[in-house]
Design a binder for this molecule. Structure first.
Ligand code: FAD
Ligand code: NAP
Length: 337
């Protein structure tokens, strides 16, 4: 077991915030994990599980032990004429697994290309993009309870997946270390190209026969053109979730804001948070080293040496102004640590 003390986490989060972990352990094997968990439980030390740090905003230094997940490996757990069940260890990079699926002509996750982070974090917020969510291909995951050290399999239903949500953000928040995730990928994939600008991008790429490879390439091209690269400007993707409002509330707002975009949901309407934030005048806002991205108002950014607490305060101001103007409560998507 190799514990580092007073470890700077600057290189381990895409926001580029230099929080300091009291203790830090890189986990490469399950044996190492067990050893650290036993040590932490004996000393009653707090535990924090991290993957790629692409959905975390540090607002202070971290007490206890930060575990950096580096469990690697992939295997085919089941296969028949129609599907392949791929079991991926949780420290694998999500996008590498997408590229593997594309290279092996098994579909289902190509719309989730280029999402940063690890396999193990994907179920936490049920990652989603371009009309696909992890839950659509998810079979099961294996996790270990951080305190009882008991292993448990969670089925799709047991994960209680919802829009950017799962049981690991609610009832079981901070209780488990996810060890592996198994996904069912299709040997006869049906490409989903109707969402956003995928079809337009495919046309520009002059693709005649759409394949999972061309969809993945299109998503990668769109994302590279629209989203700030965390290697250049610190960010954690969308800072807020897209809010859902009742149809009555929507009708009332639509009288005043005729150009307000919306999407039907089971319970009402989803309004793009980026539009609400832009209408409140925040798009491109900058104060010192932090602000709101000038191309995508949903993304808060650290231009250089911003503090996590500055970005959190900015998010509070944005929430207040959207509440005041539209009577809509924005919810943060990013995990505040
Ligand atoms: P981390 O940031 O390290 O952790 C996030 C949370 O998961 C923390 O609460 C952590 O404790 C927990 N966690 C991590 N690993 C484990 C584990 N093994 N066991 C238990 N808990 C764990 N998200 C989307 O859904 N769709 C997108 O399209 C999208 N685009 C993005 C674009 C950019 C440029 C960026 C920076 C982020 C984007 N995100 C998107 C957010 C982010 O990439 C995802 O949420 C991703 O799954 C986070 O992975 P991570 O390994 O970096 O997790
Ligand atoms: P976009 O295409 O400009 O669309 C704006 C918003 O409208 C999206 O957030 C999306 O909601 C919603 N939307 C668009 N078409 C829709 C449809 N046909 N049906 C239902 N809702 C629709 O969005 P973008 O910012 O470029 O992002 C593209 C995709 O990548 C989105 O799915 C987005 O969630 C995802 N993404 C996520 C993050 C993150 O950090 N979570 C970061 C970047 C991109 P949804 O968000 O609900 O899909």
């Amino acid at each position: 077991m190799n514990i580092e003390f007073k470890k700077h986490l600057l290189a381990h989060n895409t926001f580029g915030i230099d929080s300091i972990a009291e203790e830090f352990a890189q986990i490469q094997t399950e044996d190492e994990l067990m050893e650290v968990l036993q040590y932490a439980n004996k000393n009653q030390t707090a535990l924090h599980v991290m993957g790629g740090g692409s959905n975390i905003l540090f607002v202070h230094d971290m007490k206890g032990i930060v575990l950096l997940n580096q469990l690697k490996g992939m295997q085919i757990a089941y296969e028949d004429k129609e599907v392949v069940h791929v079991k991926c260890m949780s420290g694998e990079v999500w996008h590498e697994c997408v590229l593997w699926s594309v290279a092996h002509h098994v579909g289902g996750i190509e719309n989730l290309s280029l999402i940063p982070g690890t396999i193990g974090a994907a179920p936490i917020q049920n990652i989603g993009a371009y009309g696909v969510e992890l839950k659509d291909v998810f079979v099961e995951l294996e996790a270990i309870h951080l305190h009882t050290l008991e292993k448990k399999i969670f089925t799709n239903q047991e994960c209680a997946f919802a829009y950017r949500d799962s049981i690991f953000k609610t009832k079981e928040k901070g209780n488990y270390f996810i060890l592996s995730v198994t996904m069912a990928l299709s040997k006869q994939p049906i490409c989903k190209t109707t969402y956003g600008t995928i079809q337009q991008e495919l046309n520009e790429m002059q693709v005649d026969a759409v394949s999972i490879k061309s969809v993945s390439d299109a998503v990668i091209r769109i994302r590279r053109s629209k989203l700030p690269n965390p290697a250049e400007i610190g960010n954690a993707g969308s800072f807020f979730k897209n809010p859902e409002i009742t149809t009555a509330h929507y009708e009332q707002l639509k009288n005043t804001y005729e150009d307000m975009p919306s999407f039907d949901t089971v319970n009402g309407k989803k309004i793009p948070a980026a539009w609400l934030i832009e209408k409140c005048g925040w798009k491109g806002y900058r104060e010192g080293d932090f602000g709101v991205h000038n191309k995508q108002a949903l993304v808060l950014v650290n231009y250089n040496h911003a503090k996590g607490s500055d970005i959190l305060s900015l998010s509070e101001k944005i929430i207040s102004s959207v509440q005041e103007k539209f009577s809509i409560q924005l919810e943060r998507e990013v995990n505040i640590w």
